[in-house]
Design a protein around this ligand. Sequence first.
Ligand code: CU
Length: 156
Amino acid sequence: MRSRSWLQRLGLMLWLGWSLLGWGIPTAIAAPTPLDPSRMPLITVEVHLGNAANELKFFPADLKFVAGKRYKLVLDNPSQEKHYFTAKDFADNLWSQKVEAGDVEIKGAIHELELKPGAIAEWLFVPIRTGTYELHCTIPGHAAAGMVGQLAIVNK
Ligand SMILES: [Cu+2]
């Protein structure tokens, strides 16, 4: 009896794999790649724009993010007036996945968010380039009164 060629053996193995073990090329192609940043674990950070006593501050005002990690920055406004979270240089040095607010999801680059009293927004991003970037509220008088902060992107 003639032994099977390696090609026949391979063919039989693949046939057995596909038919009995449930292998499939489509499954292999659809498998998530570890490099997809939108699938990385999320680190949640909260920042309040003002407070119930209407102090003109960010709470906290100084934040540190590690480059390459994925963050969910939860912004809320517990005060009675509207505020801005304006961080243009910070935004230029990260990859912005999306902002979610209410029933709306905004994808792509974001530099500034306005939050009306009681509003909440979630910003998902991955910091890229290290540095210390300034944060302020653009409502006239608020930055001068202390509504400023620092957003640092660090290596570790
Ligand atoms: Cu403000």
